[in-house]
Design a protein around this ligand. Structure first.
Ligand code: AMP
Length: 208
């Protein structure tokens, strides 16, 4: 099964993806993670992407599309993939369709995790991520409950950048809801509930 995850930053896409990976072995392809790795490694791509990420803006398509195409080609897991944070605008969605069509791969669903904007701002200001394993938790956790490593706050989880990211989401990414609805692929889950309740619905919606 191949899935696209949609939803505002902080809606819980990454958390639901982690659960699906643990239970079903999907290949989790997060463009945000790939870009953060490139920034950390100081590669040419990372240096070019950094300023956009810090400002909460989208990194130009020309940089992201090669990255995701290359990563999709490395996807060898039979269980399928979860695209998290891609596509982020209509031109990326069109590019994804043509790339998948050329490879004779079908998308099965676009899963929208919905959460109100006010909830998002609070969630993101409290979000902390494990430096070692990428586990996403909250400021209440001094160390990672999974591996014990240090948790940190992402540079773009500050209130001012969060507001910019939400605006970018509303303008550029939210139109993809109609795009996938038009293809009869959209399923929606209420993400403003405990993670396990959301996950139970995700599995039911995806017939897993
Ligand atoms: P995320 O971890 O998905 O919230 O992404 C963090 C940041 O990486 C975003 O605010 C963008 O600057 C950048 N980014 C991630 N995915 C994309 C994408 N598909 N297109 C453009 N920029 C992206």
């Amino acid at each position: 099964m191949n899935i696209v995850l949609l939803g505002a930053p902080g809606a819980g896409k990454g958390t639901q993806a982690q659960k699906l990976v643990e239970e079903f072995g999907f290949d989790h392809i997060s463009t945000g993670d790939l870009l953060r790795e490139a920034v950390k490694a100081g590669s040419e791509l990372g240096r070019a992407a950094k300023k956009y990420m810090e400002a909460g803006e989208l990194v130009p398509d020309s940089l992201v599309i090669d990255l995701v195409t290359e990563r999709l080609r490395k996807n060898v897991r039979g269980a399928g993939f979860i695209l998290d944070g891609f596509p982020r605008n209509t031109s990326q969605a069109v590019m994804l369709d043509s790339e998948l069509a050329a490879a004779e791969i079908a998308l099965d669903a676009a899963l929208l995790v919905s959460v109100d904007a006010e909830v998002i701002v609070e969630r993101l200001s409290l979000r902390r991520v494990c430096k070692a394993c990428g586990y996403t938790g909250s400021a209440a956790q001094a160390s990672c409950p999974k591996c014990g490593a240090e948790m940190y706050q992402r540079d773009d989880d500050t209130p001012a950048t969060v507001r910019d990211r939400l605006q970018v989401y509303a303008e550029k990414t939210a139109p993809l809801i109609d795009y996938y609805q038009g293809k009869n692929m959209l399923v929606e889950v209420d993400g403003d509930r405990p993670q396990d309740a959301v996950y139970a619905d995700v599995k039911a919606l995806l017939h897993l």
